[in-house]
Structure formats: C-alpha cells, structure tokens
Design a binder for this molecule. Structure first.
Ligand code: ATP
Ligand code: MG
Length: 404
C-alpha cells in the first residue's frame, strides 16, 4: 500500500463569498500548470471545497514540494483512496500511522466520518476498530484522544474511503492570477525581490522593471537581476516579463543639472515617471517597490512624499513596516538572498554623492527639475526599454548557481 493522492486544503477562500468558485478554478489551473512538466500523469480534481491530486504513480514527496510553494494553498496531506471495504481500511490505517510515526513511538487518535450511510460500520465503531488495529500492529504507539501527535482522518464517501494523517503547510494567501497586475521595481538588492514575493502572496500577476546604466553598471549586475527574476518566477507559477530600461543618459543629465543632495530624489522621481509609462503600456495597475520606512535617506516619509508627487499610480510598499532582519529571513527562505548579496553595482549607487537629503521637499525638487528636459528623458528611456521573458525552468547563470 502507498499514498496515491494528495489532499489540498484552500487558504482564505472561505472569505471570498461568491468569488469562491472562480478562485478555486484558478488554483486548480495553477496546480495543473505547476505540475504538468515534471509530473505529467497527475490528475487534479476539485471536490467538496477542497482538491485532490491523483498521483498516478508519481512520487508523493516531489509533488508535495511543488504544492507547498503555491499561493492559495493552506495545507496538504498525502491521502489513500480505498474501496469501502473494512479490511482494506484497517490495513490503510496501519500504513498511514506508521508513515506518520516512523519510529513507532508517540500518540494518535482516529476521527472517522461516515458520509456514505450504506457503509455498515458506524463512525464511533470505526474509530475504535481502527484504533485497535493500529495498536495491534505497532510497537510503542498509544491512543490519546485529547492531544495526540497525529490524527488519522477517515472519510467514507460514496466514491471511496479517504485516509489522511500527515499534514504539511503551504504559503497561504490567494491564488496567483486573481488579483490584477503589478509592475515590480526590481533592483539587485535584498529588498525588492522580497517585496515581489509578498505581493505574489496576494494573488497578483507581476512584471518587473529594472533600470540599468551601462557601462557604469555591468553585464553581471544585469544578469543578477535576470536570475532574481527567474527565482521569483517560481512563485508566479509562470514566466515573468522583465523590462530593462537604459538609464545611463538620464542619470548623466540628472548628475550634471541637479545639486548633489537632491540627486537621489530627482533620480527616483525620474525612475517613477518611466516606470509609470511602462506599467501603463502593460496594463499594470500599481507599482511595487522594496522601500522600508526610515531604512535609508531616500526612504524617509519626507522622501516618499516628495518622490511620490510625480505619479498618481498606487505605489505598493509591502516592506514598509518591516525590519531589515525580517526581510533577510524571508529572502533566505525564498532563495533570493544569496543572489542579492553578490557585490555588483546598482545604478543608484553610482554618481551619487555621500550626502543625500533626508528631508527633501517638493518645491525644491520641482525647481531643480525645471532645468531638465524631462519629457525627452522619459521618452528616450521608455522607447529604449526592451523586455525579456524569464522562467524558473531555465538554468540560472552558472556562476551564480554554484554559489546557491
Ligand atoms: P533593494 O534591496 O530592493 O535594492 P534598498 O534598501 O537597497 O532596496 P534602494 O536601493 O534605495 O533601497 O531602492 C529602493 C527601491 O527602489 C528598491 O527596493 C527597488 O524597488 C527600487 N529600485 C532601486 N534601484 C532600482 C533599479 N536599478 N531598478 C529598478 N528598481 C530599483
Ligand atoms: Mg538597492
């Protein structure tokens, strides 16, 4: 006997009222997409407010690993589907408990539901019979109905009996593709990939935009951003479009025209204008960045207020209230940290003077910008932007991969 299904429980979907079935369908679609290449024989079915993945011979652990990464999944349990036959169910109970408590130590309880009322053994009696069968066939395992180490759940339905025992947790959140599209401002740093991950959790589709300033930032820096995009695409369940903006000319002009302490502020304002244009072309409804309040000079409230002036687009900052350490922990968990700490220059760090104003104001920013031909700068950068679709199925750049 071996597990032949995985039971998938939904996260949060109960909150969604009449949208529920749409969300469930989307999650089913995402599960199918995520599994189809490596596990072509699996079947994915929805039933009674949850989902079953029929393994058809594929490895339970491998499939579970993929499912545990998909947003909208609360938890999963490997499941046995058996005929409604008491001897088979007994054998299944012993198998499931031994699988969950491999050292044959610890406590369990059995919770049965008899949905098929034609099945001759009632729930209470089934609990007792299966409990006794497990005790008879294991060494040091005991029953504890109040606080067991594992719970064996048995559901006798018309189409068969389902047994589950072991539970693992998914990331929760909402299924990708249910929340509209955002444009992630992706640098090569630690924060912005984490910001992207946090947004995926809310079901959005995502494209990314990166400002690149060759030759001041080199090909390796750009490759790092591409590789970060590939890692993020794992959480998208599909490829991600990365828009690369040629930013050298804009930076040079800003550097020449703007006093040092406002250079960062103006540069951010120009980046936002360009990002808004690219987002508009791609029907993205919001920008996302990795700012965290007070982390650096450009991320004070005064800075955000002054920088934000140039766009009406919502700017989502999922990390705004997080500490660096919390961000780093997520970066490590989602496999972006090691890439992010590789030491390549970002366009924001070149040219910039040591002093950046922590309290820039809008009046001065507008005055300093008036000597720039902003329309031309934004137009040229937006027109020179090229895109590349990146997917986690592709290899990471070899040099980086060795480091991970
Ligand atoms: P990160 O670790 O994401 O780089 P940070 O703490 O280093 O963030 P900054 O470098 O000041 O902070 O950048 C703030 C945010 O601006 C980033 O999180 C990112 O969303 C955006 N950003 C910065 N540089 C770029 C870039 N070259 N291309 C696209 N977005 C950028
Ligand atoms: Mg940075």
């Amino acid at each position: 006997m071996t597990y032949d299904h995985i039971l998938v429980r939904y996260a949060e979907l109960s909150l969604k009222g009449k949208n529920r079935s749409q969300f469930e369908k989307r999650l089913q679609h995402n599960v199918r997409t995520a599994l189809k290449t490596s596990f072509p024989e699996v079947k994915v079915k929805r039933s009674f407010g949850r989902m079953f993945v029929q393994l058809n011979g594929h490895d339970e652990q491998g499939v579970s690993k993929v499912l545990k990464g998909l947003f909208g999944i609360h938890s999963i349990s490997p499941a046995l589907k058996l005929e409604n036959d008491i001897d088979l169910i007994r054998e299944g109970a012993v198998y499931a408990i031994k699988d969950a408590l491999p050292a044959e130590k610890g406590t369990f309880k059995v919770t049965s539901k008899r949905i098929d009322k034609t099945f001759p053994v009632r729930s209470q009696k089934l609990n007792r019979e299966l409990g006794a069968e497990v005790l008879k066939n294991t060494k040091e395992i005991q029953v504890d109905v109040h606080n067991p180490n594992v719970e064996l759940r048995v559901e006798v339905r018309q189409d068969g009996t389902y047994l589950t025992c072991r539970t693992e947790y998914g990331p929760g959140g909402l299924p990708t593709g249910t929340g509209g599209k955002v444009m992630l401002m992706l640098s090569g740093g630690i924060d912005s990939p984490v910001a992207g991950y946090q947004m995926f959790k809310r079901g959005v589709e995502m494209e990314a935009i990166h400002f690149h300033s060759p030759p001041f930032t080199n090909e390796r820096a750009l490759q790092k951003v591409k590789d970060l995009t590939k890692v993020l695409s794992r959480y998208a369940g599909t490829e991600i479009r990365l828009h690369v903006v040629p930013f050298t000319e804009a930076q040079k002009q800003i550097h020449d025209a703007v006093p040092g302490e406002y250079e960062m502020t103006i540069m951010r304002r120009v980046m936002l204008r360009i990002a808004e244009k690219v987002a508009g072309k791609r029907d993205a409804l919001a920008l996302v960045n990795g700012e965290s309040l007070g982390q650096v000079a450009s991320q004070t409230l005064d800075s955000m207020h002054t920088i934000n002036e140039v766009t009406n687009m919502p700017i989502l900052r999922p990390l705004v209230a997080m500490d660096k350490q919390e961000v780093i922990e997520i970066a490590q968990k989602i496999d972006t940290y090691e890439l992010s700490i590789l030491p390549y220059e970002d366009c924001c760090t070149i040219f910039l003077p040591p002093q950046t104003k922590t309290k820039p104001n809008r009046n001065k920013a507008n005055r300093f910008e008036s000597s720039l031909d902003l329309d031309a700068i934004v137009k040229e950068a937006a027109e020179g932007t090229y895109e590349q679709k990146l997917s986690s199925a592709e290899e990471l750049d070899k040099e980086f991969e060795d480091l991970l």
